[in-house]
Structure formats: C-alpha cells, structure tokens
Design a binder for this molecule. Structure first.
Ligand code: HPA
Length: 253
C-alpha cells in the first residue's frame, strides 16, 4: 500500500470532505490516548489522503480539550508526512473580514495547560525544536498556488494568535493581540503546529475568517454566532476546492 500523500485536519464545520471517496475508517490508539475520532482513509483525485475532524465527527471536543498529541501521532503513525489543517478564525487586521481565506506564516501562542510536547517523561530527552518558522514553507506555497490556480483570492501570510478558548476574546484582548502583531485569532493553532514539527511533519494551515474579532468591524457590539455559521458554510466550500486543487496537481513531491 502506498503512503498517503496528505493528512487533512478539518476544523469547525468541516467534519467531512464531500469530495473524499472514503475507503475505510480506522480507530487508532496512540501512547498519548485516542485521537478526536477514527481516521478516515480515502482518495481525492486518486491521491491517498487521511482525514481527521479535530473536534470529533459530532463536533463535541472543545479546542482546549482536543488531544493534539494523539491526533498528530496517529497521522504520523499511518505514514503521513504532510498535514494541512483547516481552521476558522476571527480577523483582527483590516481587510481580514468574514469570508477571507489566509495562509498564515507565523504564530503567537497564548494557550496554557495543553499537552504540548511529545518529549516529556523520565525516558524522554529534553528536546527543543527550532520553531522560528512554524509552518512548512513549501506546503504553504503549494496551498497558495492551488488557490491561485482556481482563481481564489487568498491572503499570503499572517500571524495566527492562538487563544485558549473556548470563550471568544474581549475587545481589549484583541487590542493587545493586535499590538503584539497578530492578524487573525483562533483557538486550535497550537500546540498542533509544534507537535507536527516535533514529528518532522510538514504542516501548514488554511484559515477561514468567519468573523471580525471582538471589537472590530461588525463585531463592535458582539459576535453573532449565527452569522459565523452562515460564513462557514460558504467559505468552507472554497477551502475544500483549494484542497482538491492541491491534491490534483499542486502538492510538491
Ligand atoms: N476568536 C477566537 N477563535 C475564533 C474566532 C475568534 O474571533 N472566530 C473563530 N474562531
């Protein structure tokens, strides 16, 4: 059996890929516990992929409760070397309003209390990964090329602030994130990216802006969850098409 070309981690609203010809589902146990759900094996454009819904197939696992270690370990154990994650985010920088797609190139981590390394315990050497550039540049470029090839506008870089959640932020917190240099805010970017690096997986994130961050744009007086749902529906279709194109002819060997 050939190794899958890509692992795909679906975020909020993306619990399945309609364009995936599913061949099997498999529950994988790892030394770090169970992933968010069974891995879904299948093909898109005749390329083997493994899909995993980050929040579980019934969307029941909150961002701070996701077993990020088990998810990444399971994908790695099944032979994946590249992982694209899809994440919905709030837009902080101007121009990053609902419906905008963005492939960030940097991360700031504001999470706490999450299991964020494989290297702990008495028999594990202390290990410091290089994380200067948290995303795999080649995979980022592949995603951007795929988007361009289908005429999809996409923001080519950004700083993804990862907050603890599950609540959304206050307006003052968003002001602080902006001063720190963040352009989008979400709850699942970390430790996922760092764990991918610990396993030497190439990892990149396609973010979908589903709302103005708190205190910005039409979220000055609050964030409407109904509006988020409507934007998600429409934007995830575009994210799916980018993935499809990526698998059709844009994924680097
Ligand atoms: N903040 C944090 N996470 C999010 C947001 C937000 O505004 N929108 C979608 N995920």
């Amino acid at each position: 059996m050939t190794a899958p070309v890509l692992g795909i981690i679906g975020g909020t609203g993306l619990t399945q890929l309609s364009n995936l010809e599913v061949s099997r589902r498999q529950v994988v146990r790892t030394p770090f516990g169970e992933p968010s759900g069974a891995l879904t094996f299948g093909r898109i454009h005749d390329r083997e992929v493994i899909f995993l819904a980050r929040h579980g197939y019934g969307h029941t696992i909150a961002p701070h409760q996701v077993n990020y270690r088990a998810n990444m370990w399971a994908l790695h154990a099944e032979g994946v070397q590249r992982v694209v994650s899809i994440a919905s985010v709030g837009g902080i920088a101007s121009g990053l309003g609902p419906g905008v797609l963005c492939v960030p190139d940097q991360i700031i981590d504001y999470t706490w209390g999450r299991k964020s390394t494989f290297f702990e315990g008495p028999d594990q050497p202390v290990t410091h990964i290089d994380f200067t550039h948290p995303y795999d540049e080649r995979l980022r470029q592949d995603l951007l090329r795929a988007a361009r090839a289908i005429g999809e506008k996409i923001v080519e870089g950004g700083v993804y602030a990862t907050t603890q959640g599950p609540r959304l932020e206050t307006a003052a917190e968003i002001n602080r994130l902006e001063r720190d240099g963040a352009t989008v805010v979400g709850m699942t970017g970390m430790p996922e990216a760092a764990l991918a690096r610990e396993l030497s997986l190439a990892y990149a994130t396609l973010t979908v802006v589903v709302n103005h961050a708190a205190g910005r744009g039409d979220s000055v007086d609050g964030i409407s969850l109904d509006d988020i749902k409507a934007v998600l529906q429409e934007s995830l279709g575009r994210a799916r098409r980018i993935l499809e194109k990526l698998l059709e002819d844009c994924v680097s060997p």
